[in-house]
Design a protein around this ligand. Structure first.
Ligand SMILES: [Zn+2]
Ligand SMILES: [Zn+2]
Length: 165
């Protein structure tokens, strides 16, 4: 399962899949751009990893392993997804504790990133814990209230009344 096809998130994917026979789940848009997306490794001085040989595609709204629900949250990459579980959401490189994902990469889109984050604020309860792809966890409510880049106020969404810290 990949939130997106950047090398730092799929570095060992092929090895794990080859040795376990597990399925590789990813959004189709990132799969189609896999070589471009993995080439960001080269710019940072790493040799890009080989992507898995095959993938299964996941769609917005689909429920996968252990009840995790897929949200298509493009912006950082076109096929970035978030995974919503019971009481938590995995946001990959979309939303971090006090920050947001990079949108200066060739396949990024800052408008899409903002709408994806706004969708998180609209659809996910504020007490849900956010586990980002980098850095410490936070909550949906904390980011909606305090995120300096994209807060709920920049989304035109009414803050949820059950706002947690
Ligand atoms: Zn990334
Ligand atoms: Zn990353």
């Amino acid at each position: 399962m990949a939130t997106h096809m950047h090398f730092d998130h799929v570095w060992s994917a092929k090895a794990v899949i080859d040795s376990t026979g597990a399925d590789f789940l990813v959004h189709r848009l990132d799969w189609e751009l896999r070589y471009e997306l993995l080439s960001t490794a080269e710019e940072l001085g790493f040799r890009p990893p080989d992507p898995p040989d095959r993938a299964e595609f996941v769609e917005d709204g689909q429920t996968i392993w252990r009840g995790l629900r897929v949200m298509h949250t493009p912006g950082h990459t076109p096929g970035s997804i978030s995974l919503v579980g019971s009481g938590f959401v995995l946001t990959g490189d979309l939303l971090f504790n006090g920050s947001v994902g990079r949108t200066d990469l060739p396949t990024s889109n800052s408008k899409a990133l903002v709408s994806s984050i706004c969708r998180i604020y609209r659809e996910i309860p504020y007490h849900y814990v956010v586990y980002p792809g980098h850095g410490p966890p936070t909550t949906v409510g904390a980011e909606a209230t305090n995120n300096p880049f994209v807060g709920a106020s920049s989304c035109g969404v009414t803050p949820q009344s059950t706002s947690a810290t």
